[in-house]
Design a protein around this ligand. Structure first.
Ligand code: MN
Length: 366
């Protein structure tokens, strides 16, 4: 729809886009054309229930002070710690059957003392396993890992998968090792044996972002940019690009990495990345294939905290609906608002079913 001055409104913009996608066969439901939202009465019961979400966080007292939860009210901090009936009530409100829970950032990654990082990771994982045991049908777990010590991280992941029956790992970006201002990324050679273990265990690794280091000139004077507003996107994307460009997936082609927030802007950037890699006069990555090859083959993308239909459709077009998984980012996001968006978003019912639960059920064998 057009305003009188000829400018396209937001809804009008989407309607044009929706028609284009429908023409391309992306939107199978005729009633989705002409509106960004499917009317609630047209939803079948299958799409209203049974979602699986996998970027849902908790905290333990030992990591609360260095977590994003520390910025919240005492009530928010209680919500973040609680893994029981109140969380299940929130899941019911958002149509979630299962949540795969993970320790909130910066979590273990911010513990620069290596032996302490190993000890607290183990404690967080045991705490999560106890909570899961009380509600095994609703809760599953991702391991927190002390990547300050790659060998200890591999051992803890193995314990979490084989003994605690966790679904994989969620790691909150780079680790601080020895000093608070260090930042160690996992494309470095000392992590290759760790990645071999991840591939051998055949479990996904969720790469959750953390804030950008605030002393970079680009962020100075703008603390609002360092965290989830923008720093997460920049940090998450560059960490993923480092993994892809390093040749990690040439050595371990079966690794499965999960990115949140509809892919940390990478699906929208990947054509230009590979175009410039092929034409640049400067340095090139070590990887054997185009970066986009790894983004399609080794990555899964969740909807956590990015409830934008246009972006979701873009990710479907770039990566395919088999690689996208529903997530909320609770309690930083609201389960009901996420569901309200997802249950009505202008995508086909087949894609809604896959993204809502089918892909996760297959990936995690749950
Ligand atoms: Mn998160």
């Amino acid at each position: 729809m057009r305003k009188r001055d000829g400018r396209l409104t937001r809804r009008g913009f989407f309607e044009r886009g929706a028609r284009a996608f429908a023409g391309a066969g992306l939107l199978a439901t005729p009633h989705s054309i002409g509106s960004a939202n499917v009317p609630a009465e047209n939803l079948d019961s299958e799409t209203k229930v049974g979602k699986i979400a996998l970027e849902e966080h908790f905290v333990i007292p030992e990591t609360l002070a260095a977590s994003y939860g520390a910025l919240g009210s005492p009530e928010f901090q209680r919500t973040l710690q609680e893994i029981g009936s109140a969380r299940i009530a929130e899941m019911d409100r958002g149509g979630l059957d299962i949540c795969i829970l993970s320790l909130v950032g910066d979590g273990i990654q911010a513990i620069s003392d290596v032996s302490q990082a190993i000890r607290i990771a183990r404690r967080a994982n045991d705490h999560l396993a106890e909570a899961i045991a009380k509600n095994p049908k609703r809760f599953k777990g991702f391991a927190a890992l002390p990547l300050q010590d790659p060998q200890a991280a591999a051992q803890e992941l193995t314990r979490c998968i084989k003994e605690l029956e966790f679904c994989g790992a969620l790691v909150n970006g780079w680790s601080q090792i020895g000093t608070a201002d260090s930042a160690v990324y996992y494309d470095l050679p000392q992590y290759r044996d760790f990645w071999a273990t991840v591939q051998q265990l055949d479990v996904p690794f969720y790469l959750h972002p953390r804030s950008a280091l605030p002393h970079q000139p680009a962020y100075e004077g703008h603390p609002w940019l360092t965290g989830s507003v923008w720093g997460f996107t920049a940090e998450g994307a560059i960490h993923a690009l480092r993994l892809m460009g390093s040749g990690l997936f040439d050595d371990y082609p079966k690794l499965k990495i999960i990115l949140g927030h509809l892919g940390e802007a990478l699906p929208a950037s990947i054509w230009r990345i590979d175009n410039r890699v092929s034409r640049t006069l400067g340095a090139k990555p070590k990887a054997k294939r185009p970066i986009g090859h790894y983004l399609k083959e080794n990555f899964y993308i969740t909807t956590s905290g990015n409830f934008c239909t246009q972006t979701l459709i873009e990710v479907i077009m770039e990566n395919g609906s088999d690689r996208i998984l529903y997530s909320v980012d609770y309690p930083f996001e609201d389960t009901a608002i996420a569901a309200e968006w997802f249950d009505r978003a202008a995508i086909s019912e087949a894609d809604r079913s896959k993204i809502g639960h089918g892909n996760a059920a297959r990936l995690f064998r749950i």
